[in-house]
Ligand binder design. Sequence first.
Ligand SMILES: Nc1nc2c(ncn2[C@@H]2O[C@H](COP(=O)(O)OP(=O)(O)OP(=O)(O)O)[C@@H](O)[C@H]2O)c(=O)[nH]1
Ligand SMILES: [Mg+2]
Length: 321
Amino acid sequence: MNEISKKILEGNIRTASHLIRNIEDKMPETDEIMKEIFKVKGNSHVIGLTGAPGAGKSTLTDEIITAFRKKNNTIGVLAVDPTSPFTGGAILGDRIRMMSHASDKDVFVRSLATRGATGGLSKAVGEAIYILEAMGKDKVIVETCGVGQQEVDIIDHAQTVVVVLVPGMGDEVQAIKAGLMEIADIFVINKADRDGADKLYRELINMISMSSKKSDSNLWEIPVLRIGNFKEPKKFSEEVEKLCNKIEEHYEYLYQNKLLSTKIRQKTKAEFKEALWAKILEPILNNLIEENKMESMIDKLTNKETDPYTLAEEVAKQYLI
Ligand SMILES: Nc1nc2c(ncn2[C@@H]2O[C@H](COP(=O)(O)OP(=O)(O)OP(=O)(O)O)[C@@H](O)[C@H]2O)c(=O)[nH]1
Ligand SMILES: [Mg+2]
């Protein structure tokens, strides 16, 4: 086994940070290491935390870490920022807000952002999760802002999805638009000391009861938990502990109902498709562009000299057969 993979298995924090950074930068040499990391059988519960910017996700994550540490769980956190192409202010904020665990060697916090060319962030998150699993983390928390399809793709890596909403921000409307209603396993009304918390609670309960997700085969009742002001530490930590219990209950539910293996299969399939794309389609596309064939093909298509199906068949004959 490669030196780097060995160090990851030993839980080496520096090596893990470095590898995740290289994955973020799309360094091709990470492929060989990931081949080994993939084969390590991990046992992490991957928890996704999503919601609008500023909903209090990082503040919540910090307290969730505290609650799980009380149970002696080891934790990995990936703070994903799909919106900023640079390591910007939000991520710096995340780091600061999770500083209370900075000296705890069993808590590993890492930020991931889109760098350089867009796309591929979801793949990077998936690989970073494998690294944290190989490090032996009991819980892996993925924090991301829920605003679009990319964020939904990222959160798809999680087995339990917590959607964080804030009263009076029209969050519920945004959540529906972003497709978060379909993926939530647990709702949190954060900053629940604010006006509008009761209204939001009623709306969510209503939406859940009407949701198509609620079928006979789905026995999980999506809970709506309220979490108040983090400036009242005792109450805040009690409420977050309840959330953590629910998160673990959901994992147990998945496991008991054999849904965990179904989720893992789905995820594996998606990853395999991504790998096929990267190894087959992407090189062909790059080749067509490099050889200046792409533009002339587009010319032919726009001039209606040929059609996309015939052209695709020709390309397939050239590269695949
Ligand atoms: N009133 C109140 N403010 C809170 C609470 N939780 C967090 N905040 C504040 O809300 C702001 C955003 O908190 P974060 O935890 O960074 O929110 P976030 O969702 O991680 O933000 P992004 O990562 O930028 O999307 C900070 O100024 C927090 O101090 C709360 O329970 N009540
Ligand atoms: Mg944050």
